[in-house]
Write a protein that binds this ligand. Structure first.
Ligand SMILES: Cc1cc2nc3c(=O)[nH]c(=O)nc-3n(C[C@H](O)[C@H](O)[C@H](O)COP(=O)(O)OP(=O)(O)OC[C@H]3O[C@@H](n4cnc5c(N)ncnc54)[C@H](O)[C@@H]3O)c2cc1C
Length: 453
């Protein structure tokens, strides 16, 4: 009798082991946006067994709404980086991004991906004082970027000055993403709720992996790592316009342009249409609405006959010190990795993340690992933004204590703010968003609100 019981117990243990083996993978990547897909793709090419888990569908997050400029021109960046982190590190940042552009080109050629990849110039422009742009041109050139100051652009209005970066690129991100996704094992509609050690817990099951990579845009895990104290989210709008050319004699923008003034805009050609971007605000701070109005007014002014084909908005994570977080999630979680904080430049940064994490996991040195390491502490660069963000979070949390539970973010309990433009409830602290019925739209939260409108 006792021996029978022992055998049954042993069978159960064996079955558990078999089940666990079936659910065990070498690497699990959480999130199938540009970052998760590229990281998974390059790891798979190294012979790794990789599974990608995606809460919704491939590229259904910010990647599906990007304007997809592949560029090392990240607004006014290099003069500031030299000031805050020094010339050596700033040069590394520039080099990593320039190499990322080349790697896209190489990969697209090698895989024969039809995604309208084109090398084009990128311009930062101003209608005001040109001093900052002159400095930026100097700083970028010093760091090895092919950059120069000019007053000539292809924009349909005069600018006071501009900085041109030559040999940047643009592409159709969805054509690219579809191809890369076709090479991978991806489970869509599989939301990860929690990560504990090497366990990845979804709504329906528990999986195991030797290495786990969080590519969920904003990390869904709070501690350790404390990313909720280290970055916030910023939202911007885009209008897709047709028939711009009728007004200005065959107008077609070859280059990509980005305004550095507070009311500046982003321009890029996408096939026959033009993408006009702008109207940025910190997520949770568009109480009065009107973000798209700035774009419709600009469209009317610059392209009076243009027709609006579509409009959308998206958001990105803004790290305090102006450098994305790519590497180990924390010193206490050696097998958990993260890629976040892309500051609206996630095309090149996703490629940098793929290169760094591939090398780290394969045990190969990477020249950029230290610069992007989440374990860095760049006090000089981060203090001011850190204090501002902490202030906003404390305010949101305090307000959350006194508001109805139905208006509290399910991430950390901050008070949500209604965004009339998007018909969504937005969290000003960390950027989670919900639709009018409380259904989760954007993380870091992983839960819907407990409410029905
Ligand atoms: C308006 C706008 C324009 C932009 N234009 C440019 C540009 O021109 N050039 C540029 O370089 N960058 C641009 N960016 C930034 C760029 O689009 C983003 O940085 C990039 O797309 C982020 O990619 P990602 O993979 O990190 O995030 P995402 O694309 O959001 O992918 C994250 C994925 O994780 C999934 N996920 C989330 N939580 C879970 C969970 N719990 N379980 C499973 N899956 C989960 C999501 O569903 C999503 O698919 C722009 C950003 C904005 C806001």
């Amino acid at each position: 009798m006792e021996s029978n019981q022992n055998e049954t117990k042993q069978d159960e243990i064996n079955q558990d082991e078999i089940n666990r083996e079936k659910k065990s993978r070498e690497i699990i990547v959480v999130g199938a946006g540009m970052a998760g897909l590229l990281i998974a793709y390059y790891l798979k090419r190294q012979g790794k067994d990789v599974l990608v888990l995606e809460a919704n569908e491939v590229a259904s997050g910010q990647t599906g709404r990007t304007t997809a400029k592949i560029t090392s021109q990240h607004a006014l960046k290099y003069s500031e980086l030299i000031r805050t982190i020094g010339e050596g590190k700033a040069r590394l940042y520039a080099k990593a991004n320039e190499e990322a552009i080349s790697e896209y080109e190489r990969l697209i050629r090698e895989e024969g991906i039809e995604c309208q990849f084109r090398r084009v110039s990128a311009y930062l422009y101003t209608l005001q004082n040109t001093e900052r742009l002159k400095q930026e041109a100097k700083a970028a050139s010093l760091l090895g970027i092919d950059a120069f100051f000019t007053t000539e652009t292809e924009l349909p209005f005069d600018v006071a000055g501009a900085v041109c970066f030559r040999n940047q690129a643009q592409f159709s991100p969805m054509d690219f993403v579809r191809h890369i996704a076709s090479k991978l094992e991806i489970r869509e509609h599989t939301k990860v709720i929690r990560i504990r050690g090497n366990r990845v817990i979804t709504k329906g099951e528990e999986l195991f992996a030797e290495k786990i990579i969080l590519a969920t845009h904003y990390p869904i895990r709070n501690v350790p790592g404390f990313y909720f104290l280290r970055e916030h989210q910023e939202r911007s709008c885009v209008l897709e316009l047709s028939d711009c050319y009728k007004t200005s004699g065959g107008y077609r923008l070859e280059a990509m342009c980005y305004g550095i003034d507070s009311d500046g805009f982003s321009f890029r050609q996408a096939g026959e249409n033009l993408l006009l971007g702008g109207g940025s605000y910190r997520t949770g701070e568009n109480k009065c609405g009107g973000a798209y109005d700035k774009l419709t007014q600009a469209a009317k002014k610059y392209f009076p006959n243009a027709k609006e084909v579509s409009r959308w908005s998206a958001q990105d994570c803004m790290p305090h010190d102006g450098i994305p977080f790519i590497g180990r999630f924390s010193v206490f979680t050696p097998n958990l990795y993260v890629a976040t904080g892309f500051q609206k430049w996630g095309m090149t940064t996703s490629m940098i993340a793929a290169m760094i994490l591939k090398d780290m996991i394969c045990g190969v040195g990477n020249p950029y690992e230290k610069l992007f390491s989440p374990q860095r502490f760049l006090v000089r660069a981060a203090t001011e933004n850190f204090l501002k963000d902490v202030g906003i979070s404390v305010k949101g949390l305090c307000k959350g204590l006194f508001c109805a539970k139905t208006c509290r973010c399910s991430h950390m309990g901050c008070e949500l703010v209604w965004n009339p433009d998007e018909q969504s409830y937005d969290c000003p602290c960390h950027g989670s968003r919900y639709d009018a019925d409380g259904k989760l739209l954007d993380n870091p939260s992983v839960h819907n609100l407990q409410r029905k409108k």
